[in-house]
Design a protein. Structure first.
Length: 519
């Protein structure tokens, strides 16, 4: 049974002696030095208190047709200093890239330069509205045109769709273009997509959403596509392949050109998941490898903010074969004016993916990053990311167990062999990292590696910061091998909350605060 369905025990074993290991000093306040205890905002606020007073409106006739609120809205009220302190205290409970190494593999948690943020806040970009007349947003359209030019040149592709809002949305764009291309040729029998086990998990889901069926391709003992298995799966009904390169194991698919030739040989198209493009920029152009479609995560490669439910951006580049099917809108320049093409009449475009034109703030940040680095700087960032990952892998290999031999690309993958016989599991090791002041690496992913620990340092980290991180990881590995199992089972000790049952929390989250009745 896969881990996705069985879950795993994450709360401390009540029968374990670990519960007796830590004799904690309990403070009266619940604070731990500068780490302040803090309740929910609903528990500390009251509707009778507010930091802002508004006078009651006079002479205003309601327009809600009798649907006006008559009771309290139920939101907590706090004074201004109470509000400030509440959120500052909460911020101290969060790990952040501005605090230290953020080693999440497959996520690329790199530094976001403040210059990018300053540019994104310029009024001409921050205040732009998608329904403004084209003549009033020429600067914004020019920026989109220049960003498109950079993305096309870096990938060696002729066309890019900027409108996809995130990586999975970009995947959808690429696969919709592939389906449109097959349909235009009357090849509606091509509905099978090959997906290697080392690809990102969203790839098969995207293909299914586009009406394709999935055929999985196993990995070989080197963590790359099993070419014999791939060749055995080829047939006239193959619509294409969805491959991640570098793959989820942090390895470059060394047979990628042959894979492209095989897929094209049966009339299919090559979709490449570009989430790991940060390991290729300036060194390899995907178009030269035979790739037909590839999405680019601006947050992973070009430093725009990552996660938190904020605005994502996943532009998708397309080859000559798929360019006619690109979605609208896209930017073109006619004489000395920029315009958006939004009409699909008379074209083979598969249509529109989203209401407007993409995430302007992300475009500004990404282009700011490109212009401040230049072509040579982007290449150096790629080289530094790969160098850092290999430095981590080499430095940890004496105490931990790399999943595969040889060099890696931008992330280093370890399995749990070094924990064999210790009683410590990957999850215990990750929880112990929290006590050391580090966010854990990506755990149990990719699923093709037992007890996987995936570490991506990015180019942002200095050697000194990496050395601090490496010392902690090696020290924890030695503790586990020395038999200090109980400390790992009790971890985290110094976190705001002790170990939780994360499986239950994920499956039955409490998303709404309810006031408890008075005793």
């Amino acid at each position: 049974m896969s881990m996705n369905t069985q879950g795993r025990q994450t709360s401390p074993n009540k029968t374990s002696p670990a519960k007796t290991v830590i004799a904690e000093h309990k403070t009266i306040s619940g604070n731990r030095g500068l780490a302040q205890a803090e309740k929910l905002i609903f528990e500390i606020g009251t509707p009778r208190r507010t930091g802002v007073d508004f006078p009651k409106l006079k002479g205003v006739k309601p327009r809600l047709g009798g649907m006006e609120r008559t009771d309290e809205i139920g939101l907590p009220g706090l004074s201004e200093p109470e509000t400030m302190r509440h959120y500052v205290r909460l911020s101290q409970k969060n790990y952040a890239i501005d605090m230290g190494v953020y080693p999440l593999g497959s996520c690329t948690m790199k530094h976001n330069p403040r210059l990018n943020e300053k540019m994104a806040r310029l009024p001409g970009f921050a205040d732009v509205h998608p329904l403004q007349p084209r003549g009033t947003v020429q600067g914004a359209l020019e920026l989109m045109g220049e960003l498109s030019d950079w993305l096309c040149k870096l990938t060696g592709m002729p066309t890019v769709a900027l409108s996809p809002k995130a990586g999975a949305h970009g995947e959808l764009c690429g696969m919709m273009a592939i389906r449109a291309a097959h349909d235009a040729k009357g090849a509606d029998h091509k509905r099978r997509v090959l997906v290697p086990e080392s690809a990102h998990g969203t790839n098969p889901a995207t293909a299914v959403q586009c009406g394709f069926t999935i055929d999985s391709i196993p990995a070989n003992d080197k963590g790359r596509v099993d070419m014999a298995a791939l060749k055995a799966k080829l047939g006239d009904d193959v619509a294409g392949i969805m491959l991640t390169n570098p793959n989820t194991c942090g390895l470059f698919e060394s047979d990628i050109i042959e894979i492209a030739e095989l897929i094209h040989g049966v009339g299919g198209y090559f979709y490449c998941d570009g989430a790991n493009f940060t390991a290729l920029v300036g060194r390899v152009r995907p178009g030269d490898l035979g790739i037909d479609a590839m999405h680019l995560n601006l947050h992973k490669t070009f430093s725009t903010p990552h996660g938190g439910g904020g605005p994502g951006s996943g532009p998708t580049v397309l080859s000559d074969a798929l360019a006619p099917f690109a979605p609208v809108p896209y930017v073109i320049k006619e004489q000395d004016k920029w315009k958006l093409v939004e009409d699909v009449d008379g074209s083979e475009s598969f249509g529109r993916m989203t209401a407007f034109h993409g995430q302007m703030g992300m475009f500004v940040r990404a282009l700011s990053y490109m212009l401040s680095h230049g072509a040579d700087g982007l290449k150096q960032a790629t080289e530094d990311a790969v160098l850092n990952a290999n430095y981590v892998q080499a430095s940890l290999s004496h105490d931990m167990s790399p999943a595969f031999g040889g060099i890696c690309m931008h992330e280093a993958l370890f399995n749990d062999d070094f924990l064999k016989g210790t009683g410590v599991e990957t999850l215990d090791f990750a929880k112990a990292m929290i006590d050391e002041g580090y966010h854990p690496m990506t755990m149990y992913f990719p699923l093709v590696v037992k007890g996987a620990m995936l570490i991506e340092p990015t180019e942002s980290e200095s050697k000194a910061e990496l050395d601090r991180f490496i010392d902690v990881m090696c020290g924890l590995a030695r503790r586990a091998q020395a038999g200090e199992t109980d400390c790992f089972k009790a971890a985290p000790i110094y976190a705001p909350l002790r170990r939780l049952d994360e499986t239950r929390a994920a499956r039955k989250p409490v998303l709404r605060w309810r006031k408890q009745p008075s005793a």
